[in-house]
Design a protein. Structure first.
Length: 94
């Protein structure tokens, strides 16, 4: 199960953040998901929150690349260390 959960997180970052496959986000992100991004008082809930966050990053860093650096899994939880690289060309997002 731990390996499957880690695979799902890696696939999520590849499919959603890099390929912008928001249908995948709709399949795996809970409708109750709450995004905790600094500087925002009110964000959408569920997969729409993911779309909103990624669209803000795209506006600020049009050709960004996201990489997963490390994953830790225990039980049904996975913690991911990730980084986003790009050249800032838009408005400040945070």
């Amino acid at each position: 199960m731990l390996a499957e959960n880690k695979f799902l997180i890696r696939r999520f970052f590849q499919a959603v953040w890099m390929e912008h496959n928001f249908d995948f986000a709709d399949m795996v992100v809970s409708p109750d998901y709450v995004e905790h991004t600094g500087g925002h008082e009110r964000l959408p809930i569920g997969p729409a929150a993911i779309r909103h966050t990624i669209s803000e990053y795209e506006a600020a860093f049009p050709s960004f690349v996201v990489s997963t650096i490390g994953l830790l899994a225990e039980g049904d939880k996975v913690v991911v260390q990730w980084e986003l690289q790009g050249f800032h060309q838009g408005e400040q997002i945070l």
